[in-house]
Design a protein around this ligand. Sequence first.
Ligand code: KIV
Length: 403
Amino acid sequence: MSTAPQSQKVQIFDTTLRDGEQSAGVLFSAADKLEIARALAALGVDVIEAGFPAASPAEVAVVSCIARELRDVGVCALSRAVPADVEVAAQAIEHAHKPRIHVFINASDAQVVHQLHKSRQEVIELAQASVALAVARVGEVEFSPMDATRADPAFLAQLVRAALAAGAKVINIPDTVGFILPTQLCQLIAELYAAVPELLAATLSFHGQDDLGLATANALSAVGAGARQLEVTVNGIGERAGNTPLEEVVMALAVHGPRMGVHTDVHTRGIAPLSALVEARSGMRVASNKAIVGRNAFRHASGIHQDGVLKHRSTYEVIDPASIGHAHGTEIVLGKLSGRAGLASRAHALGYALGAAELGAAYALFQALADRKREIGDADVVALCERVRENPAGAGRDIVGAP
Ligand code: KIV
């Protein structure tokens, strides 16, 4: 994809293997993780969060295996702001070509008081010490003040300042419970830059959850406010309602990035195959109406839309299905709301060039059938075209096809 010279890159940090695996009911095997990591690297993401090594020796082993194999992509290990976690994370990624440790600690009062049972000062000290330890081990360290969007902005600023002073290169703003609105997020980021000017020298990142269905909108707002890294998962899998979907932000930036002055380096044609891989390995079915990768994303059912896309695809599609490697491309789904244009086009594709009178007769049969059947398939279209051919005058009397 060619980009304007002044366009800035938004790094794609994929956490399918870490936060994605936090989806209820998902368990990736080591082989699954390696296969997905290879596919993510081939897609051109910038960083792969391979796991949370302190969770188990098996997790250390799989993160280490990914770190040893992958080149040209960052391999990141998550770590609580606890020295022992940082050591295990560092050990897991010691052979990575581009290692990163992602240190996090709770930042909102709700979590600091009710979960961590620590004072704000203790949180700052833990964050600073852990980031410093991680920097001593790998150099590239990302820091996340967890639940940042519900934290006291003054405390958030203190925490970010401390992490930067300890050497963090990436500051991630997690919307841990999917709470914030896009406009509020812009304001929060603007206030953070004003309170912590040294943040301008670091990379600002955003991590969204989809509890209110706002993860993608928030990610794009964050980019507008200065974020140059987005944390995402394939198909949006992840804790509770999931994370910001990779495919949505990448394609939204492919469509709007040129006007926003940003781009990603993702090879978008790999999106559909990767989505299918993650669907298969996670066991989490992608909803038919899911943006970009849902089964219906490029299927047109109503007559007006079918007529439009048959004349020109851009009438009712904002992206070309081929650009995401979609197997079927634009599809006309024949049913109750379809018009003559859709029927004529399918009949033509099946070898029937119907004249006006034949089309009228075929359409009458089609409508009667479509009142009883949700989708009219190729076999139905062939049957009704044959009926019209055999008996143009009497074709409208009965209905062909199975109910
Ligand atoms: O949801 C969250 O806040 C996280 C952080 C560790 C980034 O997953």
